[in-house]
Design a protein around this ligand. Structure first.
Ligand code: DP6
Length: 320
């Protein structure tokens, strides 16, 4: 076992799904009902340092502030670290960590902060303990922390194949080796506050109560095929249309859950209306939305100036 003070650090990018993961077939292992596909956000993500401490409890800091161990996020991290403590080292109680994470994406505002956080933690653990795991195993471990984290192990386009095995060993992220340098994603912050219902709770409620959920797996299957074709043929309107329709369908399943889940604020709807109006005028601009009120705008580099004249955006070019 490494000594107290032993430390390692790693970075993982945030990722935004173009075809969403929404619903689990196994909640403990974060095994999804369907496959999903994302794009990683380059240098926007989480940098995590993990250090073995001689404290009697774990210490967690997020962007310089202490994370209470009893908070929802603190508990999730502890449960995750227990996987390693309980399974790898005995007596487990002797091993305590300081996990220090700095993110360059807003926390819990639907900008994939938990995905990059868990992926960076797994990469740092891999260094700390010299596991020398391959990307497949790193992705599987990250998935145990947060499903979408399994896609943050890779840059660029990533497909998370749902897999079939009960133990989840065939459910992990794989890179799609294609690049699209002109692709831009603009982060439109409508509200930076934490969401009032976690994606984890909302997702499960949707699976259990939404009458629209039964249509979701077929929708995903078609959307995945279309997005992969769009990436391969660099067909931006097919990519944008499919990603936007997929996000709206996911939110549709949530609205049909009980109690209903609605992540949209009036400002979210206003931004959608504006995008739709600009599209009618001929601008090739689309959006996707995750478990929060903020939108991610999709457009090509050639339209950057026009898009920026209409929205105040933080723009990422995932392949540059
Ligand atoms: C809407 O990966 O955060 O962002 O597995 O419960 O941790 P858990 O859920 P999480 O859900 C992400 C949901 C989403 C869609 C996506 O990223 O595919």
């Amino acid at each position: 076992m490494p000594d107290t003070g032993t430390t390692a650090a790693a970075f993982a990018p945030a990722n935004i799904a173009l075809c969403k993961y929404w619903g689990k077939r196994n909640q403990e292992l974060n095994l999804p009902m369907t496959s999903s596909l994302s794009v990683s956000l380059g240098d926007k993500g989480a940098a995590t340092r993990i250090t073995i401490t001689d404290h009697d409890q774990d210490i967690m800091t997020l962007n310089g502030a202490a994370v209470p161990l009893f908070s929802e996020f603190g508990q999730r991290l502890m449960v995750f670290l227990d996987l390693f403590r309980l399974n790898l080292y005995r007596p487990p109680a002797s091993l305590r960590f300081h996990v220090d994470t700095t993110t360059s994406v807003p926390i819990a505002a639907g900008l994939a902060s938990s995905a990059c956080g868990f992926a960076a933690l797994v990469l740092a653990l891999n260094k700390l303990f010299h596991w020398q795991l391959d990307a497949r195993h790193l992705s599987i471990l990250a998935r145990m922390g947060s499903g979408s984290a399994c896609r943050s192990i890779w840059p660029g386009f990533v497909e998370w194949e749902q897999g079939q095995d009960a133990d989840g060993m065939d459910s992990y992220g794989k890179i799609i080796p294609e690049v699209w340098p002109e692709l831009c994603m603009g982060l439109l912050m409508v509200n930076e506050k934490e969401k009032n219902i976690s994606s984890r709770v909302a997702m499960q409620r949707t699976v259990e109560t939404s009458t629209l959920y039964s249509a979701w797996p077929d929708k995903v299957e078609q959307d995945l095929a279309d997005i992969k074709q769009a990436i391969h043929e660099k067909d931006f309107s097919l990519l944008g249309k499919t990603a936007e329709s997929n996000a709206l369908a996911m939110h549709g399943t949530m609205l049909a859950a009980w109690p209903p889940v609605n992540y949209c604020l009036p400002e979210t709807m206003a931004a959608m209306q504006k995008i739709w109006a600009l599209r009618i005028e001929g601008l090739s601009l689309y959006f996707t939305q995750d478990a929060g009120p903020n939108l991610k705008l999709l457009f090509l580099e050639q339209d950057r100036a026009t898009v920026q004249s209409h929205f105040n955006l933080d723009i990422v070019r995932p392949f540059c």
